[in-house]
Design a protein around this ligand. Structure first.
Ligand SMILES: [Fe+2]
Length: 230
């Protein structure tokens, strides 16, 4: 059962990001650094994308350069087979493959073209969380409670066939735990400190204004459809 689930999660991830192989590289951002102003400031976006995210990519490539047997794996495969990675590079791969995956996903979760969840997806959210407000409150609490650096996530749990809200520490990815991310929020201080200083809640409130709900729903449809074929 675990192997079947593992296969479908990696397949889902590959379906969303088909080009992620060694040597890994930054995808184009898809909008300008100042496009998410005033909610996410241009300086933070530039430093985050060209500094932090690019650093994860370089560190991941560096870790894999002497391991040709690992170089044909996708990010999804690396992150769901950490126990198969040689111990000497395992933590480096976990941190930097996770950092690359999480940030690639994060940029796609945001858009300068403000939009709202479709009525159909709202029904799905209400089915799992009773109301949209309840969903948002639970997500906000998960994001605020993270001690230190980490991420808040809305995921599809293919084992339970339901939506779940979780948090991960550092750059850990939900897919390592066989959960398929639909929406992710970076709450590392590097994501908000320049504009929001130590006020994480202020950053979270601002971030909701730039969530790309069409991307979230698209992820849900892909995850649920692949699961239904499992
Ligand atoms: Fe980040």
């Amino acid at each position: 059962m675990y192997k079947i689930m593992h296969f479908f999660i990696v397949l889902t991830f590959y379906y969303i990001y088909p080009n992620q192989h060694y040597p890994f590289s930054l995808d184009p951002l898809g909008y300008s650094f100042n496009a998410l102003e005033p909610y996410i400031d241009a300086t933070t976006m530039e430093v985050h994308y060209t500094g932090h995210h690019d650093g994860y990519v370089k560190n991941l490539n560096d870790a894999l350069k002497d391991y040709p047997e690992l170089q044909h794996y996708t990010l999804g495969q690396l992150l769901t087979m950490l126990d198969k990675i040689p111990g000497i590079i395992r933590t480096t791969v976990q941190n930097n493959a996770g950092g690359h995956q999480n940030h690639t996903f994060f940029w796609r979760c945001m858009t300068p073209k403000m939009n709202k969840p479709s009525n159909k997806f709202l029904k799905t959210i209400k089915k799992h969380f009773r109301s949209f407000e309840n969903f948002k409150n639970q997500f906000n609490e998960a994001a605020k409670k993270i001690f230190g650096s980490g991420w808040a996530w809305l995921c599809f749990d293919p084992g339970k066939n339901r939506l779940v809200i979780i948090s991960t520490s550092n750059q850990n990815s939900p897919i390592t735990d066989l959960l398929i991310p639909l929406l992710g929020l970076d709450v590392w201080e590097h994501a908000y400190y320049l504009k929001h200083k130590n006020k994480r809640a202020s950053y979270i409130d601002a971030w909701w204004n730039v969530v790309d709900w069409s991307f979230v729903e698209e992820n849900y449809i892909k995850a649920a459809s692949i699961k239904s074929k499992a």
